[in-house]
Design a protein around this ligand. Structure first.
Ligand code: UD1
Ligand code: CA
Length: 473
């Protein structure tokens, strides 16, 4: 048998409870903070300690919780939620036969606990050479938390509901994080009953027993911000505010300008290049990646969207779209999945684009819907150009060749091909392919003569980027 605190490390994250105070149909630990389920924060904080095993005790909505767990986290089922002590018993059963080692127990509802704090807890436990160590904090408002009384190697925790008036006045609280020697916690949990207000098996009772048998100590939390545990939605919002600001700070330190951190929401998964400016009211979520020198916002909402260097996205929504280098989007456009804007292209005001590639330098400037289309390079779609891509049964494709030009209010009835360099008159309804280089007009449009040459007319025309670029100020 090794000395106390010298064996391997195991971890148990307690996440089987319902979280009654959330008043939710969803288990508490599934509620997200900056896009990440709460339980995964505790798991991430444990990772640098490299536990031999990271067990997650699941119960309420076990399947849904299992689904969100990261690789390496091992779900252990607690069939009935009989209390925190019972949850640890279940974890210990999964460690049957392992005699030596330290078990770190972490509540699943403390998303702000850092890896540094867990390392502190472990060090304190090892140096003290005791059977158990509990993380505590001195809080001004201790409401709802277990109060901690420490005396000569015995740490006693009283739940608020079981506390006397004098005990309620104690401000030292239990944060629900512990280091236990395996053999001590096993023995102690064998002795714990459920004589308390909730009729549950309290892990805190085991802590007191260990104190009497082989000493227990407290470890004081250094950063009080981490003591923000989540039991209800007000606390959830508070935790999110803190995590959100941390994410923003990291981006700002890496060279991203965030004009208004209060109204900017960036999920942990998002990447942003340097010198990009994020304007107020912007949401960047999921697998979104933004390059450098971009301007995003104001009021843009991008989910799983890639924006390459130098692009502008103003007052727009992206869902699974790709915006190429120096492309411009908005104001007020909606890029749906499968949209790919090539370099220097433009999707302008009030447009919707879906499953469509817009070629380099092509413009869809005003009030268009383009779906299931391939637009070549240097094409220009007139205001109100619409692809009729859906015939009620099938989605059909539209192809628009390089340099093509459509007049205002053109309807492209798919499947249809608009040839390279062709020209469509205003209001035309195109239901047959237009050959390259032809001018087509009317309803339905028919080819009447050669298209005007518009290549010359376009040169020297300044793009609209200048008036949309953020001026530093
Ligand atoms: C617990 C502590 C309390 C401490 C507080 C910190 C006990 C008896 N009390 O109280 O001293 O101040 O945490 O947050 O331990 N869980 C299970 N299975 C169960 C019951 C709970 O996995 O059968 C999980 C929950 O999902 C949760 C964690 O354990 O993540 C804590 O449970 P909760 O009911 O929130 O405990 P508290 O009443 O807050
Ligand atoms: Ca709790």
């Amino acid at each position: 048998m090794s000395e106390r605190g010298r064996g391997p490390i195991f971890a148990a994250v307690l996440a089987a409870g319902k979280g009654t105070r959330m008043k939710s149909n969803r288990a508490k630990v599934l509620h997200t903070i900056c896009g990440v389920p709460m339980v995964n924060y505790a798991i991430a904080a444990l990772r640098p300690l490299e536990p031999e095993r990271t067990m997650v005790v699941v119960g309420h909505q076990a399947d849904e919780v299992e689904e969100v767990l990261p690789e390496g986290a091992e779900p252990i089922l607690q069939k009935q939620q009989n209390g925190t002590g019972d949850a640890v018993r279940v974890a210990l059963e999964a460690l049957e036969g392992v005699e030596d080692g330290t078990l770190l127990v972490v509540n699943g509802d403390g998303p702000l606990i850092s890896d540094a704090t867990l390392a502190d807890l472990l060090n304190r436990h090892r140096e003290a050479g005791v059977g158990a160590t509990v993380l505590v904090a001195e809080l001004e408002d201790a409401t709802g938390l277990g109060r901690v009384m420490e005396d000569a190697g015995v740490v006693r925790i009283v739940e608020e509901r079981d506390a006397t008036e004098a005990e309620k006045r104690v401000h030292l609280v239990n944060l629900g994080l512990y280091a236990f020697e395996l053999r001590d916690i096993r023995r102690a949990l064998g002795l714990v009953g459920s004589e308390n207000d909730q009729g549950e098996v309290y892990l805190t009772d085991a802590l007191e027993i260990i104190g009497r048998q082989s000493r227990a100590v407290t470890c004081l939390l250094k950063n009080p911000q981490e003591a923000n545990l989540v039991n209800d939605r007000a606390q959830l919002a508070l935790a999110e505010e803190i995590v959100r600001r941390k994410i923003l700070d990291a981006h700002m330190r890496a060279g991203v300008t965030v004009r208004d951190p209060v109204s900017t929401h960036i999920e942990a998964s998002v990447e942003i290049g340097r010198d990009t400016v994020i304007l107020p009211g912007t949401f960047l979520r999921g697998a979104t990646r933004i390059g450098s020198d971009c301007v995003i916002g104001p009021s843009s909402d991008l989910l799983d969207t890639v924006v390459e260097d130098g692009a502008l996205v103003e007052h727009s929504v992206g869902r699974g779209a790709e915006v190429g280098p120096n492309a411009t989007v908005g104001p007020y456009s909606y890029l749906r999945p499968g949209t790919r804007l090539e370099s220097e292209s433009k999707v302008g005001a009030f447009c919707e684009v879906k499953n469509t590639s817009v070629g380099a330098g092509s413009k869809v400037p005003h009030l268009s819907y383009v779906g299931d289309a391939k637009i070549g390079q240097g094409a220009n779609l007139g205001a109100g150009t619409i692809t009729a891509n859906y015939d009620g049964r099938n989605k059909n494709r539209t192809e628009i060749g390089d340099g093509a030009f459509t007049g205002v209010n053109t309807s492209l009835v798919a499947p249809v091909k608009i040839g390279e360099g062709s020209y469509l008159g205003a209001g035309s309804v195109v239901n047959k392919d237009v050959p390259p280089g032809k001018l087509a007009v009317g309803m339905p449009a028919r080819a009447i003569r050669n298209a005007p040459n518009r290549v010359k007319e376009d040169t020297g025309k300044n793009d609209e980027r200048a008036d949309r670029t953020e001026t530093e100020g």
